[in-house]
Structure formats: C-alpha cells, structure tokens
Design a protein around this ligand. Structure first.
Ligand code: PMP
Length: 393
C-alpha cells in the first residue's frame, strides 16, 4: 500500500479492535419481515419499514406506472427542469396530510437537513441543538456557519437557560430538535420546547424522520401528536422510513418553504427525485389517508414486543416508540450479540460509537406493522435464548 495511505490500515485495525468496524451485510431480497441476508433467510428486525410499505403492491404499481409514463430519470435539478407535475402534486398532498401551509420534497431526509438550516441562519446567528440530535442535523448546522450551542437531551429548561445566556450575542436564533430520537426511541418534549422558543423569540425546527407515519393521528407526525399545528416554523421529515420509499420533506410555514426554494443548495444543485419514487410516495400518502390500520398495527406490535422483552429481563432504555433499543453496554458484546442472533436466524444490527456514546452499545430492534404475531413470538424466543447464552439476562 502507498506509504501516504498506511494510516488508513492502522485506523481500520483500531476500529476492529474496539468492535466498531461496520460489517456490511448484503440483502438478497425485497424488504419485508423475512429477507435473504448474506444468503440466509432471516427474520428482519432492523429496517425502518415501519408500515410495511417498502414492498407494498400499491406503491410498486404506482412506481411502475410512473416509469411507463415519465421514464426513469429527472435529468435536471428541481429549479432548472426537474420539477414535474408529480413533484408538485406530492408536495400539495404532503402539506395537506401534515396540516402545514407548504411542503418541499427533496432527495432524502439527510439532504433535507443540509438544505433547510443554512437559509435560516448564518455566521451572525446561533442554533440551540439537542445534544443527541441526528448526524444530519449536526452537519446541516455546521454548513450554516452559525454558532452551535447544545442543550441537555430532551431538557426544555436547559434549552431556555442556554438561549437566555447566548441569544443576546447573536442576530437571531433557531432551536432544533429531533422529534423521535433514532437510537433511543424517545420523544422530544416538543410542546415545552416550543413554549420556550416562543417566549425567547427564536425560530423552531423539528426533524420528524421517525415520527412521520408513526406518531400523531394516522401517522401525521410529531406536530400532530402534540397538537402544535401552525406553531413550529419548519419540520423536516423523510419518506425513506414509514413511507417506504425515499426522499425528504421540508414542511411548514409558506414564507419559510418559499425562501428555502430560493436558497437551499441541495435543491438548487442536485437532481430531483425520480418519477417512480415520487409516484410511490403519492401512493403511500393515499394509503395513510385511507386508513389508520397499519399505524395501529405498528403500535400494537411495538407495545407487545417491548413489554415482553422487558419481562424477559432486557433493558429497552427510554424508548417510547417502535424503536426498541436493547441496551448491552460495550460494543464487542453488542457485535457478538448481533452475530449470535443472526446465527439463530434473526437480523438485528449492533450500534456502537460514534452513532451512540461509548459504553452504550446496543442492538436496535425496529418493529414493523408487517411483523405477524408468530414473527414476534419467534423473535422473543431467539432473544431469550441468545440473552441467556451471553449472560445478558
Ligand atoms: N433524520 C433522522 C433523525 C434520521 O434518523 C434519519 C435516518 N437515519 C435521517 C434524518 C435521514 O433520512 P434519510 O434516510 O431519508 O436520508
């Protein structure tokens, strides 16, 4: 290996020693409760397919029809020639579904966070950010050049303290929180955070990636869950999880969304999402508007699984949603746990530093409406066996 790259091998060896080397498994079938992973048919408990839409017949048909009519690629960024009637229709439907004035569909949830923050704040401004906010929020904050002041996780009183301390030194402020924290499954105290921000005169943004299609009436999201319609300035979401497709959404007050359309670099400089994906998202909105059945089943599966895991003696952390962490502590144990689950036919990945803090490694179980009672019973059986085998319970 070239001398100047030798440091990479050392870094990789160090990650391996710490049990932090990511092991990419190869999926050999469509997403579902059962999947072929590295050639083996396993019970899937680690995708974000909350509602089982990733391989739903209605979404597949919508995507196929869109390909027949529109072809496969957008061939342009949205602001040049990439805004099709499908994009416009999806944005209208998403705004209606979420009860906001306007919505903008972008390439991914990650991209949405890169797009929305820099138009709102710059070098003279300050962002108040929950200490456990998602990496895409942190990167979006950094791109803006604003000063980033963290506050204690989920703590509105601490947010108020840091706002009072710092805001006078800056032009304007923006408070940003994840809605559902993706590694712990806890819900941000959004009503309290909003009250603080309103009192202190700072703008508000929530990332609803894991609340979209999960929280609120029929999956309308965290703002609906707290009854905060029309209050927050902007919401970010993803169509890559509960909606089963791909893409991000920036939703909220029309003034904000119109301005983001003018300024957001991922919107202005990266091509539009494909017609097939956009049409599949429209089919997902149709399904969510027609019935709450999938959202209801997701929650009943999640409640059942979490209660049974706790009864077995597992620590599921502070989860309040279908995201179910199984707290294990050290990363090598979490990796060994995941490998042993896999050997027993269950696919659930270990999560370690830097995605979570050191010493808080875990298996993150993702429950779906598509899991049957038999699937959940089998998963509990396997977790029980592996937990005893490795001395965790
Ligand atoms: N925000 C949060 C809180 C997330 O958990 C994720 C997905 N890991 C994203 C944004 C990014 O969404 P996407 O996968 O659509 O890029």
């Amino acid at each position: 290996m070239a001398e100047q790259l030798a440091w990479i091998a050392e870094e990789v060896a160090s990650l391996e020693r710490q049990g932090l080397l990511i092991n990419l498994r190869t999926i050999g079938s469509a997403v579902g409760p059962w999947m072929v992973v590295d050639g083996q048919r396993v019970l899937n408990m680690c995708t974000n397919d909350y509602l089982g839409l990733a391989n739903h017949a209605a979404l597949r048909q919508a995507a196929q029809a869109a390909i027949a009519e529109w072809g496969v690629g957008p061939a342009a960024v949205r602001s040049i020639a990439g805004t099709t009637a499908l994009h416009v229709q999806l944005e209208k439907r998403l705004a209606q579904f979420k009860g906001v004035e306007d919505a903008l569909y972008v390439q991914s949830g990650f991209c949405a966070n890169q797009a929305v923050i820099a138009p709102l704040v710059g070098k003279e401004d300050v962002i108040f950010s929950d200490r456990l906010n998602h990496a895409s929020i942190i990167d979006g904050c950094r791109l803006s050049g604003a000063k980033i002041v963290p506050y204690a996780h989920g703590d509105a009183a601490d947010a108020e303290r840091v706002i009072q301390e710092n805001l006078p030194n800056f032009r304007r402020g923006l408070l940003i929180s994840d809605g559902v924290f993706s590694m712990d499954g806890d819900i941000a105290p959004l009503a309290d955070l909003y009250a603080v921000a309103a009192r202190q005169g700072v703008m508000t943004m929530v990332d609803d990636a894991h609340g979209e299609g999960v929280l609120g009436r029929g999956g309308r999201g965290i703002v609906d869950h707290f009854g905060l319609h029309g209050r927050l300035d902007v919401e970010v979401g993803t169509l890559s999880k509960a909606f089963g497709v791909v893409g991000g959404v920036i939703a909220g007050k029309k003034t904000v969304i119109d301005f983001v359309r003018q300024k957001a670099r991922p919107f202005l400089f990266s091509s539009a999402v494909t017609p097939a994906d956009t049409a599949a998202c429209l089919a997902a909105v149709d399904l969510l508007e027609q019935s709450t059945e999938l959202v209801d089943r997701l929650w009943s599966n999640a409640r059942f699984f979490k209660a049974e895991m706790q009864r077995l003696g597992f620590d599921t952390g502070r989860s309040q949603t279908p995201i179910t962490p199984v707290m294990l502590g050290e990363a090598p144990l979490a990796q060994q746990f995941s490998r042993t689950l896999f050997a027993h036919g269950l696919f659930a990945m270990a999560i370690g530093f830097p995605t979570v803090a050191r010493g808080q490694a875990r298996i993150r179980v993702m429950i779906s409406a598509s899991h049957s009672q038999a699937d959940l019973a089998q998963a509990l059986d396997i977790f029980g066996t592996v937990g005893k085998q490795l001395g965790v319970i």
